[in-house]
Design a protein around this ligand. Structure first.
Ligand code: ZN
Ligand code: ZN
Length: 198
């Protein structure tokens, strides 16, 4: 029964439905603030900035972020990455279920914006609990509808950003066109150098 309900209402992230796609987008953005070159979310201000772009999702249903939550949100970020790097659906499901339990997910219908839709954060909860339950449900929807192989890590040598592959034939290899272009240029140069050195 639960699965049927979720399928009917949270299944559309591949089709860019407002309420299902954006939690996935938020999860990806959050995970990708942790980079080899440095933490892009080292300060509370970075967190505020990220959440500002999603204010319509959390305003009125979660408390605004506090600086003291930064460490907990770093932990959440690691947990979300673990889900996305899972080798199979069973492992990913275990990880995502753990997040949902740890952050106190409570499925319910919310009308905070006038339209009834599903929410999962604890009532009057902290930003951490909103962020944990909302992003985990986003990833859960991807796993249920499309499988864990829709998650990927960038193929570029100096980038380990994650992405959700929404291409029809699951052909995506890079986090962004910036990385795919850079890789293509590097490969082209390599080929040219090889020819020159012959
Ligand atoms: Zn809502
Ligand atoms: Zn990349």
């Amino acid at each position: 029964m639960m699965v049927t309900v979720l399928k009917a209402t949270v299944s559309c992230q591949m089709y860019f439905n407002h309420y299902t796609n954006r939690p996935v987008e938020l999860a990806v953005l959050l995970v990708n603030t942790c980079q080899a070159g440095g933490d892009q979310m080292a300060e509370a201000d970075d967190l505020n900035q990220l959440l500002e772009g999603f204010r319509d999702l959390w305003e009125g249903v979660a408390q605004p972020p506090k600086a003291s939550e930064l460490e907990a949100i770093h932990q959440l970020r690691d947990s979300l990455r673990t889900v996305m790097l899972s080798p199979d659906d069973a492992t990913a499901s275990d990880h995502v279920n753990t997040i949902l339990a740890d952050y106190g997910a409570v499925p319910r219908v919310s009308l905070h914006n006038g339209e009834p839709h599903l929410h999962f954060e604890p009532i009057n909860g902290t930003m951490t609990s909103w962020l944990g339950t909302t992003t985990a449900m986003g990833l859960a929807a991807v796993i249920v509808e499309n499988g864990v192989d829709r998650f990927g890590t960038c193929n570029a040598s100096d980038c380990d950003d994650v992405y959700v592959d929404t291409s029809r034939n699951r052909s995506r290899l890079h986090c962004t066109t910036t990385c795919s272009t850079r890789e293509a240029v590097a490969a082209h140069r390599k080929r040219k150098d090889k020819v020159k050195n012959k």
